[in-house]
Design a protein. Structure first.
Length: 354
């Protein structure tokens, strides 16, 4: 099996061979930073042009996180979004706060209300054993939140905002395509109700994009860019710049998810874990700030539709909306997201629902 791997700049194609589950480079210029990393990196890699279903399902089971190559997104969109967002982030704070909706500005926490306002600022959003540690900490991050289906409502004459809107819309279309094909492949053996499989478990209209900036920050300050958490989504797709800082928890160890050019990182969220009845994992991850450089990343999040009922022998039936409301109540009341524990049939937390 071979991978076509497009590499910037200039846009060239290189072929990588998969042998014994490892990528072997066949030919690439020595100066091409990144390809060596791809060969030695421990994180599973999925080729979007030729999805190996077993490999994908194994990555979902044992990591809940993997990289994709050959995703077909023009690199110019990625660099353009990062550049435009960087310009927007460099505006004065008051100007960013005035952004309003549907492209809203937030800082200090990634937990937002459905209308895009920061929720429980300073309370963190850790899970499980890390929840206490997350409490009362501001996350060292600022961001722009863009619900994709509402972007056409953004009426603006500002050239920066209208360029960003067009890029995000194009980016969102690619994200929907990638999420849908990965989801259908991964969920193939999951015994979902056939009619739900197509539409409701992944509803593209729920997709939103976030652009984050993690300001550089001295080690002396004990803030994280983003505290330990799992995503509430079905799937999350991350595009990071070359700074690094994302880490995933695997077998009790934090593994850096190093930036490798042209690759995207997919992580499974709580909804994927629930609909797979815990066969797949919602990845536990965090982001550390870099000491010297600001970091920009772009996240896409997609969720089940309003009509999808999530159920399995480990969970009482629930809809995503109930999950989202519960997360918001928990963050307000106890300072962190309790998450799937609330919906488990045998969990102590599930009795405290209301
Ligand atoms: O910025 C990143 O790399 C990760 C962001 C993240 O984990 C999130 O938005 O949930
Ligand atoms: Fe996350």
């Amino acid at each position: 099996m071979s991978l076509q791997y497009s590499y910037p700049p200039p846009f060239r194609h290189h072929t990588l061979h998969l042998q014994d589950g490892k990528l072997q480079p066949s030919s690439y210029p020595v100066s091409a930073v990144g390809l060596d990393d791809l060969v030695t990196d421990p994180i599973p890699i999925i080729d979007m042009q030729l999805i190996d279903r077993e490999r994908l399902q194994e990555a979902c089971r044992s990591w809940g996180l993997f990289r994709v190559v050959n995703h077909g997104i023009p690199l110019t969109i990625l660099t353009q979004i990062q550049e435009l967002a960087g310009r927007l982030f460099s505006l004065p704070f008051q100007a960013k706060e005035l952004l309003g909706s549907p492209l809203s500005y937030f800082w200090g926490t990634p937990v937002l209300t459905p209308s895009g306002a920061a929720l429980g600022l300073g309370l963190g959003h850790g899970v499980g054993p890390h929840a206490g540690a997350a409490a009362s900490r501001v996350n060292w991050v600022e961001g722009l939140n863009a619900p994709l289906c509402k972007l056409p409502e953004l009426k603006t004459k500002d050239p920066l905002l209208s360029s960003l809107r067009s890029c995000l819309q194009e980016y969102g279309t690619h994200m929907g395509r990638i999420a849908t094909s990965l989801f259908h492949m991964a969920a193939e053996d999951l015994n979902l109700q056939p009619k739900m499989k197509r539409g409701s478990y992944l509803s593209e209209s729920t997709g939103f994009v976030r652009v984050y900036r993690y300001p550089h920050c001295s080690k002396q300050i004990s803030h994280l860019g983003m505290d330990v958490h799992t995503d509430s989504s079905l799937l999350t797709i991350l595009c990071q710049d070359d700074v690094g800082g994302l880490e995933v928890l695997r077998d009790g160890k934090w593994i850096p998810v190093r930036p490798i050019p042209s690759t995207l990182v997919i992580n499974l969220g709580d909804m994927m874990q629930a609909i797979s009845n815990d066969e797949f994992k919602s990845a536990i991850h965090k982001v550390k700030n870099n000491e010297q450089k600001d970091r920009i990343s772009i996240g896409y999040f997609v969720f089940p539709g309003d009509d999808a009922v999530i159920q399995g022998s480990n969970y009482r039936p629930f809809k995503y909306k109930e999950f989202q409301d519960q997360v918001q109540r928990d963050v307000k009341a106890v300072g962190y997201k309790v998450g799937l524990q609330r919906f488990r049939i045998d969990a102590e937390f599930s009795e405290m629902n209301n």
